[in-house]
Write a protein that binds this ligand. Structure first.
Ligand code: FE2
Length: 257
């Protein structure tokens, strides 16, 4: 039986971290955990597990049953390494905002992470980073939330000033890869991890065909940008539009000195 996902390894050289680290990038689960994921993570033995959004399907109560499998996964993998989560568009109400040709004007939609969800993640020992950061083992981990529900679809950038000026190494979870060139490329951040584009859904000659927020033949769907921004093709198996030549992907980032 073929595997439900493949594992991609990237090596990034950086003296900023002081020693070698292994990060696992678990993006775009969408409450459909591929078989064998927790076991594979256990075998890979990462130092940290990064989940940059769309881990859940909307958190407004309508998908509670489905979301249980994401909570189960977090509970399992938090025993392997510290887990960090940031907010994707499927968690904060930015879904259903694309009508194939243009963005709908969105009125104010409340964020879906309720205090109950946040308490549950905390009880599982997972750090929930909603436009905020935390320190762990001398590394600052930040989470830039999806801005699709905000005015002009802009992410909230204010807190990034303080984050990027920290002396210690900095890792940013950022659901949208298209934010990197627009908002982040000038900032002092050592590692940025993204998802969202699902590899462009169909891949032809190594390029994605379509990604929300980037449109047709998107630029940012997979790989490493500027030696520090890693884009996962995501782990969701299926959707109304099938993935073609684009297996779900677990990413491992080895930081070497
Ligand atoms: Fe997304």
């Amino acid at each position: 039986m073929s595997k439900a996902f493949e594992t991609t390894f990237y090596k990034i050289e950086s003296k900023r971290f002081g020693k070698s680290y292994r990060f696992a990038l678990v993006a775009d689960i969408h409450a459909e955990v591929p078989q064998g994921l927790a076991e594979k993570l256990s075998e890979l033995a990462p130092d940290f597990i990064l989940m940059p959004g769309d881990t859940f399907e909307r958190l407004d109560g309508s998908q509670d049953q489905k979301n249980e499998c994401s909570y189960d996964l977090i509970e399992q993998i938090s025993k392997i390494a510290p887990v960090f989560l940031s907010v994707g568009n499927h968690e904060n109400g930015g879904l259903a905002s694309w009508n194939a040709f243009k963005w709908f004007a969105i009125e104010s939609i409340p964020k879906y992470y309720s205090p109950k969800d946040e308490a549950r993640l905390a009880s599982l020992d997972a750090a929930f980073l909603d436009d905020s950061f935390t320190l762990c083992d001398g590394i600052a981990f930040g989470g830039l939330s999806s801005g699709l529900i905000n005015e002009g679809h802009m992410p909230s950038l204010e807190w990034l000033g303080e984050f990027s000026e920290l002396e210690c190494p900095k890792v940013l979870l950022c659901h949208h890869p298209e934010y990197y060139k627009k908002y982040l490329s000038e900032l002092s951040i050592d590692l940025i991890v993204c998802g969202h584009a699902h590899g462009g859904q169909w891949r032809i000659f190594g390029r994605g065909v379509f990604a929300p927020g980037q449109g047709l033949f998107p630029k940012y769907t997979s790989g490493v940008l500027d030696g520090r921004t890693v884009i996962s093709r995501g782990l969701k198996k299926s959707s109304r539009i099938p993935r073609i030549f684009n297996k779900p992907e677990l990413v491992v980032i080895d930081i070497t000195r």
